[in-house]
Write a protein that binds this ligand. Structure first.
Ligand SMILES: *[C@@H]1O[C@H](CO)[C@@H](O)[C@H](O)[C@H]1NC(C)=O
Ligand SMILES: *[C@@H]1O[C@H](CO)[C@@H](O)[C@H](O)[C@H]1NC(C)=O
Ligand SMILES: *[C@@H]1O[C@H](CO)[C@@H](O)[C@H](O)[C@H]1NC(C)=O
Ligand SMILES: *[C@@H]1O[C@H](CO)[C@@H](O)[C@H](O)[C@H]1NC(C)=O
Ligand SMILES: *[C@@H]1O[C@H](CO)[C@@H](O)[C@H](O)[C@H]1NC(C)=O
Ligand SMILES: *[C@@H]1O[C@H](CO)[C@@H](O)[C@H](O)[C@H]1NC(C)=O
Ligand SMILES: *[C@@H]1O[C@H](CO)[C@@H](O)[C@H](O)[C@H]1NC(C)=O
Ligand SMILES: *[C@@H]1O[C@H](CO)[C@@H](O)[C@H](O)[C@H]1NC(C)=O
Ligand SMILES: *[C@@H]1O[C@H](CO)[C@@H](O)[C@H](O)[C@H]1NC(C)=O
Length: 623
């Protein structure tokens, strides 16, 4: 394509203009405007007395001051201003900070030239880029922020910056018996304002964002096209606490490197515990989850070492009593498909815990460990809100069993006795083989039913024999394998059992205790539901979480009438002492396959695990 004379003249003059502009920019660095403005804009900052103490508190007159109008990017110069540490995109920077002092960092956006930064500085001298709201989380400072964002949107190089930090180490009380408070949290200060290049507790609050760490973690994000000045400050409580803080800070233009999820509905569910162990399980994971995606930290509630660090991944690694990341044998982790959904979940089986003790479990995800297998460069960690759990008393007559081969949904404490069944595997086999023997009898009866007949000749158009068999199995396992609670647990829904037997340690309930209980002298209280338990295991007094009534209704609903199943209704003879009803608020008041100590009121857990059965029961009662 040939250009007309007019077009080629235009092209030539365009090229010439561009070259001229380039020459102009190279020959005259645009610092003449800066000199004039400095006079007005910096008088306060020139007053050295206004600066916080510490190495970062340099004045602009400092001989080591690096000219702001340098045509080069800091990354080309290769060093941050004195007292500042340069942050590299997505790279954690470990740092100590003493009580009462401040560490400062500078983060240059990747791909923004020094000239660009300088031009923006001149242009936006008076603009306040971040809100000074101390409670500012990621989404705070709304109105001001929005305005800034509109300004910023006009410029091409604006980027979202995610700053996150974790406290890995904190000072310890000088006298733990006197100090009841926890060490104060660190504070993160962020400024993108040229006026405030030394953010911190003494800088103008309006020119910086202030984020107090929450349980050892801070997250703050904003949009900018300029250099970011970051400070982490530790308050001075050296009269009560001694030692330093150690933290890691990361600036990223892609995501939070360290994050936490403070939602109440933690992804971790406490299933059950015995006197020295506990079973915790995650919510349903995606179908194709094979590797174990989570790590777990656990800590005795009475021990204060992790207070103030519960959202900090490295803090938990350093201070938590039990951590799956350390490969200890106190916790075993595996995948399971137990529960109604049949989706994979990760489970954590603790042993070696103290009896009658309160613990917290904290679930976390470590992106850096998965990145070794995948090739993506994530290094992010995510820490969830803690889940509380407790262990049972040291009478030792409730024992947690898991991994039964027939009753594969059973994972809870059962009546036990260390002197008759010291081995949990053998205890599990005792219960499991009893249930599967009972099932074999039922299976013979079911064989009499015309299961394989054409649907019009079957006992129901809607149900078939496999529905019946599965309902029977759920019911049978819950009824033959009682869920055990401490005898000292006074919850109203629990059924006392075997009250006149001795405990495994030989003690019996004294007459005064029995009289105070005011229980009728009947076998419902005097024995276990299944006589084999009293004959073989002899657990002594315990309380039973009764099977849910809807397990029985489901059985009647799914099986042919010829099998003769029937269920007592609440208030009728045979209901009390045999079945209990679901707690409408979601607590654990009855036993069903996959049951657990759901956080009460947590809709998500109830829908996933409990309401499916509940709906069936309600449907039946209405008929
Ligand atoms: C911290 O406070 C103590 C007095 O409470 C003081 O002696 C010490 O110098 C202070 N340290 C810093 C770094 O300000
Ligand atoms: C974390 O969970 C606890 C219950 O375990 C709850 O009391 C607390 O409010 C939750 N935290 C937040 C921020 O929701
Ligand atoms: C899991 O896989 C099963 C079949 O393999 C499918 O029916 C189900 O919808 C899947 N569930 C999810 C949550 O992907
Ligand atoms: C058990 O209790 C002892 C004494 O109170 C304590 O030192 C220890 O840390 C506790 N262990 C666990 C795992 O809670
Ligand atoms: C429990 O018994 C099983 C076999 O019945 C055995 O393999 C296992 O080692 C025993 N465990 C302990 C702790 O003795
Ligand atoms: C139940 O009986 C059927 C044959 O009628 C058999 O195929 C099945 O394996 C039996 N199930 C159990 C658990 O015994
Ligand atoms: C029984 O019915 C269920 C649906 O209720 C169905 O998934 C299953 O395949 C049926 N089984 C047989 C043996 O027909
Ligand atoms: C309960 O009744 C049995 C006989 O039915 C009797 O032997 C026993 O002493 C009674 N126990 C109490 C505590 O009353
Ligand atoms: C209760 O159990 C004791 C011992 O197991 C027995 O002696 C007593 O007769 C039982 N009482 C009833 C009412 O079953």
């Amino acid at each position: 394509m040939a250009l007309s004379p007019l077009q080629s003249r235009l092209a030539a003059s365009l090229v010439a203009s561009c070259l001229l502009l380039l020459l102009y920019l190279i020959l005259s660095p645009p610092n003449f405007a800066l000199a004039a403005e400095l006079q007005e804009a910096w008088p306060v900052l020139l007053d050295e007395g206004n600066f916080p103490t510490g190495p970062a508190a340099r004045s602009l007159l400092d001989p080591t001051y690096e000219p702001e109008f340098s045509p080069f990017d800091r990354s080309i110069i290769g060093r941050a201003p004195p007292g500042f540490t340069s942050l590299t995109n997505n790279e954690p920077m470990p740092m100590n900070v003493d009580e009462g002092s401040t560490q400062r960092f500078v983060f240059a956006l990747p791909g923004v030239s020094g000239r660009q930064i300088e031009e923006d500085r001149l242009e936006l001298r008076d603009e306040r880029i971040v809100s000074g709201d101390p409670s500012a989380g990621a989404g705070a400072g709304a109105a001001e922020h929005q305005e800034q964002e509109q300004n910023i949107a006009r410029r091409q190089t604006s980027q979202r910056v995610y700053i996150s930090a974790n406290t890995c180490q904190q000072p310890q009380p000088i006298d733990p018996s006197k100090t009841t408070m926890d060490p104060p949290q660190l504070t993160l200060y962020v400024s993108t304002s040229a006026e405030n290049q030394a953010p911190g507790p003494l800088a103008n609050p309006a020119s910086q964002a202030t984020v107090v760490f929450n349980e050892g973690a801070a997250m703050y994000s904003f949009t900018t096209n300029r250099e970011v000045y970051i400070a982490v400050h530790a308050s001075n409580v050296s009269d009560v606490f001694s030692g330093i803080y150690n933290f890691r800070v990361v600036a990223s233009t892609e995501r939070y490197y360290y994050s936490y999820d403070a939602q109440e509905d933690a992804d971790l569910i406490w299933v059950d515990s015995d006197s020295q162990g506990a079973l915790l399980i995650t919510h349903d994971l995606a179908n194709n989850t094979n590797a174990e995606p989570y790590v777990l930290f656990a800590h005795n509630k009475n021990d204060r070492a992790i207070n103030g660090l519960k959202y900090s991944y490295c803090g938990l690694q350093n201070y938590a009593q039990i951590a799956t990341t350390r490969g200890e044998d106190m916790v075993r982790t595996s995948m399971t498909k137990r529960g109604l959904s049949n989706l994979p979940k990760q489970q954590f089986f603790f042993s070696g815990l103290n009896s009658s003790a309160e613990y917290i479990g904290i679930l976390a995800k470590d992106g850096s460990s998965t990145s070794k297998r995948q090739t993506t460069s994530t290094g992010t960690t995510l820490v969830f809100n803690a889940t509380s759990f407790s262990t049972k008393s040291d009478h030792g007559n409730c024992r947690l069993i898991v991994d039964l081969s027939f009753c594969d949904q059973v994972a809870y404490s059962v009546p036990s006795n260390p002197t008759t069944f010291g081995n949990a595997t053998q205890l599990a086999q005792f219960y499991d083989s009893f249930a599967s023997t009972m099932y074999a009898n039922f299976n013979k009866s079911l064989a009499q039913i015309a299961c394989e007949a054409p649907s019009t000749q079957r006992y129901s158009l809607a149900r078939n024999c496999s529905d019946c068999a599965s309902a029977y199995k759920d019911w049978l396992c819950s009824v033959t394998i009682p869920r055990c609670e401490d005898f000292s647990n006074n919850a109203a829904y629990l059924q006392p059992r075997a009250i006149s037997q001795p405990f495994p340690d030989g003690k019996t309930l004294d007459a005064a205790t029995l009289a105070a209980l005011n229980l009728p002298n009947t076998t419902a209280y005097n024995s276990s539901r299944n006589p084999r338990i009293d004959e073989v295991i002899r657990p002594g007094p315990y309380k039973e979480v009764l099977p849910c009534d809807d397990l029985c209704y489901k059985l009647v609903q799914n099986c042919p009438a010829a099998l003769g199943f029937g269920c007592p209704l609440p208030g009728q003879i045979g209901f009390d002492g045999n079945y209990a009803r679901h707690d409408p608020s979601g607590g654990l008041t009855c036993n069903f396959p996959g049951s657990a100590h759901f956080p009460s009121g947590s809709q998500r857990a109830v829908v996933n695990w409990g309401l499916l059965l509940g709906a069936v029961a309600v449907g039946l009662l209405l008929i």
